[in-house]
Write a protein that binds this ligand. Structure first.
Ligand code: NDP
Length: 250
């Protein structure tokens, strides 16, 4: 998928939500989706960053995005109701959902892991993704060819020391993906659900996790968009319940 060649209008007329769209991989995905014709819903917590992404998409002449401010960690049922209402009113359906926002948390052995930090990581990475998926399911069902992508990590597929709640939240993300994929894999709906591990990518989170690493040793988010486009667009029709990697392991 690293070498996937999408057509220019791959996502034409599709409505796609990206969480954590203000920075890193989410920002790159939002811009890539817009560049391929999608109207992107930029969901995130830092409005200034979302506005910057909005301006970049607008300046490039791509479809006008929508900014939806939401702190996933603190959001409750009423917040999700508002998000649903807004999308229902503006679009009436959702063709794609990229769960990208995540909290890294502490890099500490479980023996010493702060239980409050554990809650915050789980709330952001797992409960938030569950609540948003639940709220969006009727809108996804209303689309003719919808795709949901959960963002995983290599530590969500094989546990690793000192990755704490983050690693465990990514295992839960894989479980959420498989369960939802199986539930939506019926004749009534065309919603496919998969997980994607971006692999080491040059972002703020990567820097937090590996402060001593030379950032130049990892690709920029823009360079790993092939898999993000493939899974979001019609070329992955019928593919569901599977784990993907955005970068070939070298
Ligand atoms: P960044 O830290 O660069 O970006 C994360 C984005 O998520 C930010 O825009 C951030 O908002 C947003 N976010 C965090 N918490 C919340 C919240 N409570 N509510 C709303 N938005 C929130 O991370 P990456 O781009 O590196 O990571 C993107 C995804 O890829 C994550 O799921 C991560 O786990 C995964 N990943 C990344 C890897 C890498 O090497 N970079 C490797 C493996 C997986 P704000 O800007 O306000 O902080």
């Amino acid at each position: 998928m690293e070498n996937y060649q999408p057509t220019a209008d791959l996502l034409k007329d599709r409505i796609i939500m990206v969480t954590g769209a203000g920075d890193g991989i989410g920002r790159a995905a939002a811009k890539a989706y817009a560049a391929h014709g999608a109207t992107v819903i930029l969901l995130g917590r830092t409005i200034k960053k979302l506005e910057k992404v909005y301006d970049e998409i607008d300046a490039a002449g791509h479809p006008e995005p929508l900014i939806l401010p939401l702190d996933i960690e603190g959001a409750g049922a009423a917040d999700y109701d508002q998000v649903v209402e807004r999308i229902e009113e503006d679009f009436g359906r959702l063709d794609g959902l990229l769960h990208n926002a995540s909290r890294l948390g502490d890099r500490t052995p479980l023996e010493y892991y702060n239980p409050e930090e554990w809650e915050r990581v789980m709330r952001t990475n797992v409960t938030g993704a569950f609540l948003l998926s639940q709220a969006m399911t009727p809108l996804l069902r209303a689309a003719p060819d919808a795709s949901v992508i959960f963002t995983s990590s290599s530590v969500g597929r094989k546990g690793r020391a000192n990755w704490g709640a983050y690693a465990i939240s990514k295992f839960a993300t894989e479980g959420l993906m498989e369960t939802l994929a199986d539930e939506l894999d019926d004749a009534r709906t065309a919603v496919r659900v998969n997980s994607l591990n971006p692999g080491a990518t040059r972002t703020y989170m990567r820097h937090l996790a590996y402060p001593a690493e030379d950032p130049a040793s990892n690709p920029e988010p823009d360079a790993i968009m092939g898999a993000y486009l493939y899974l979001m667009g019609p070329d992955s029709k019928g593919v569901t319940g599977q784990q993907f990697d955005a970068q070939i392991k070298r």
